[in-house]
Design a protein around this ligand. Structure first.
Ligand SMILES: [Cu+2]
Length: 248
């Protein structure tokens, strides 16, 4: 009896693993002949958060000394750099940018470079270490570990990012190191430039939920309507609405 119930639970576990596999891609590439453009700017007009104190406790020859880091990078007029903007739930449209399917994350001066980036679902993230010290790259989705790997100098590792959403990376050796990768479920995404501007092209006409994410504020949603061969202009104002670390 004990035997058969154990066998049953093993079977159930095996079935669950087989079914979980790689997540199904919910996006189809189709011709978009009458697409419109969304162009805009991400702005932040609230008070800046307190800067994060970075106190390196080891490898100071490589990692540098004590300093402060701001979790939001502002240009003039409250424009926000390195915010990610994307359309939620688009099921069909333009082709993916093939060049973006291979992304790089460097460990350099005990910081991740770049700190924020966006990649297509299924992209390969190559993590490299340019520092002469050990780093340990720990990827999370929410509080779950997605991967965890030690990385010596000049070594690299590759991770396939198959599930859409935000991946946060921390270094288990240097507690202040942090990076974010947004894994996009459709190719309608962009990252803001230094002046807070962004542009999303070839959008099939329709009304969409536009999500603006920034690492300090978290996601903020707004609605945008795109007309055929027209340009919709958006000013997305972000505010802190959810705890740090919650991605949309
Ligand atoms: Cu490190």
């Amino acid at each position: 009896m004990r035997h058969s119930s154990l066998g049953g639970s093993l079977l159930a576990v095996t079935a669950a693993i087989a079914m979980s596999g790689a997540p199904a891609r919910a996006y189809d590439v189709v011709a978009v002949s009458d697409g419109g453009t969304i162009t805009g700017k991400v702005v932040f007009h609230d008070a800046l958060p307190h800067a994060r104190k970075v106190i390196p406790t080891k490898n100071s020859d490589v990692c540098g000394g004590m300093r402060e880091e701001q979790e939001i990078t502002l240009g003039g007029d409250g424009s926000v750099q390195d915010a990610i903007v994307y359309l939620k739930g688009v099921k069909a449209g333009k082709a993916w940018d093939d060049a973006a399917k291979h992304a790089l994350l460097d460990n350099k001066g005990c910081m991740y470079v770049p700190r924020v980036q966006a990649v297509p679902q299924g992209a390969t993230l190559e993590v490299v270490n340019s520092d002469p010290v050990l780093h340990n790259v720990h990827g999370f989705t929410g509080s779950d570990t997605l991967f965890n790997s030690a990385l010596w100098k000049d070594k690299h590792s590759e991770k396939v990012l198959d599930s859409p959403g935000f991946v946060r990376m921390d270094c288990d050796v240097h507690g202040w190191m942090r990076a974010w990768v947004y894994v996009a479920e459709n190719p309608y995404y962009a990252m803001t430039a230094k002046d807070g501007s962004f542009k999303i092209t070839d959008v099939p006409p329709g009304t969409y939920t536009l999500v603006t994410w920034q690492e300090y504020t978290g996601p903020v949603e707004s609605t945008v309507t795109v007309k055929a061969k027209d340009t919709a202009t958006v000013t997305a104002e972000i505010k802190k609405t959810s705890p740090v670390g919650v991605g949309g």
